[in-house]
Ligand binder design. Structure first.
Ligand code: ACO
Length: 374
């Protein structure tokens, strides 16, 4: 039986840090509210497009695996809103890496995109279609935030993570998963302004208006992540007591705590990054996984449970058996170009650009808001 081992891992976080105090300079919010409701203290804001973060994260993952870019058979870029639609993000990454043999595919299931990508790559390896794949989970939501909306603007951050997956005859890698979608609740998270539906109505591309029913998403996320976790474990005849580390999607500390309580996983066995990176959508799980490895929290042969949810509302949980190696084979010298602005300066530029677009398109925006009932 062929399995698909995770043999390389890498992350890339943009250097500019946006604190809760920064947000309070232009929003009616404060550190106490944000920390108590979400656990978030700061997040990163990117000075470069997602493709650049992906290049660095992928180069690090490849070096970690000791795999040359030319050896890749497949690149999957999991993301909600990439840099471009046609050509896709994955072909741009293939070009940047020089991974000339790789098929290149984008995948969007919102925050679960990395994990759905891991399922896809693993299935293609198990069935003998290919041997070596790169799976990226990345998101740069900052240009698509409505920075004047305190309900959503405080929750997200930019970042990227990547893993290399290779065929092996050892029983390791992704060994069970449960995938699902609560489409009856898809209206609870609706980012208006980034699709043809909105372009047809005259909304400038990227001028977003977030429909966001936080409490409904919260409730569904806890239910579905718990169910997915239990069902993934049951597929292998395991219980939560067998799991060495839970690496969940990082949308809210309270969601993670509630899922942990329901599953029976202690906080000591749960990986957290939400306090320093906030919700990086498709990037949260791979970045948390990379940091768990860097911190020595993944032991050889460990069982990992990776529950997640995202817009759609897609949900899933992945059960991974780690291999023997928990340290990188090599390192990469790939870096981002230097950043000469603070995160607050970048955000204020995005706010000013949005205000200019809004002034220019005011009649259309008013008409569309009335039409959509927002
Ligand atoms: N600062 C201060 N006050 C705020 C802020 C803010 N940033 N945001 C909202 N409030 C106010 C609200 O206006 C409301 O005021 P009101 O009572 O006067 O109307 C009050 O705080 C309470 O709001 P609630 O919605 O009750 O707050 P709640 O405890 O539910 O927390 C939160 C809100 C954090 C959004 C929570 O519901 C949540 O985490 N939901 C899920 C998160 C999520 O969906 N993430 C994205 C998932 S999909 C993906 O990952 C892409």
């Amino acid at each position: 039986m062929i399995h698909a081992a995770i043999t390389g891992w890498g992350k890339c976080l943009p250097p500019a840090v946006l604190t809760n105090a920064d947000l309070a300079t232009f929003l009616d919010t404060d550190d106490e509210w944000i920390v108590s409701r979400t656990g978030m203290k700061e997040r990163r804001i990117s000075h470069v497009p997602l493709g650049e973060l992906a290049r660095v994260a992928a180069s690090r993952a490849l070096a970690c695996a000791g795999v040359a870019p030319e050896a890749l058979d497949l690149i999957i870029v999991g993301s909600t809103v990439g840099d471009e639609l046609a050509p896709n993000m994955a072909s741009g990454l293939q070009h940047r890496l020089g991974a000339t043999r790789a098929a290149s595919m984008d995948l969007n299931t919102a925050c679960t995109s990395f994990l759905y990508g891991l399922s896809t790559a693993t299935a293609l390896i198990r069935t003998g279609v290919l041997e070596t794949a790169l799976v990226v989970g990345g998101e740069v939501p900052s240009p698509f935030m409505d920075w004047e909306d305190r309900n959503t603007a405080v929750l997200f951050g930019d970042g990227c993570g990547a893993v290399v997956v290779r065929a092996t005859d050892r029983e390791e890698g992704l060994l069970a998963e449960r995938l699902g979608c609560a489409a009856d609740a898809r209206g609870a998270l609706d980012i208006r302004g980034v699709g043809a539906r909105f372009a047809n109505l005259g909304i400038p591309y990227g001028h977003t208006h977030w429909i966001f029913e936080g409490q409904e998403i919260f409730k569904r996320a806890v239910l579905e992540m718990t169910r997915a976790g239990e069902e993934a474990l049951a597929k292998r005849g395991l219980s939560i007591g067998d799991v060495d580390l839970v690496v969940p999607h990082q949308a809210n500390q309270r969601i993670i705590d509630a899922v942990g309580r329901r599953l029976g996983a202690s906080p000591e066995r749960t990986m957290l990054t939400v306090h320093k990176y906030a919700n990086m959508s498709a990037a949260t799980v791979p970045v948390a996984l990379v940091e768990a490895l860097e911190e020595g929290r993944v032991k050889p042969g460990a069982w990992l449970l990776l529950p997640a949810f995202g817009a759609g509302l897609t949900w899933c949980a992945h059960l991974v058996k780690w291999g023997e190696r928990t340290t990188p084979l090599g390192s990469s010298d790939a870096e981002l170009p230097p950043c000469d602005r603070t995160a607050l300066e970048i955000v204020n530029e995005l706010r000013a650009r949005r205000a200019r677009h809004a002034a220019a398109a005011r009649p259309q925006l008013d008409a569309v808001q009335a039409l959509l009932g927002a």
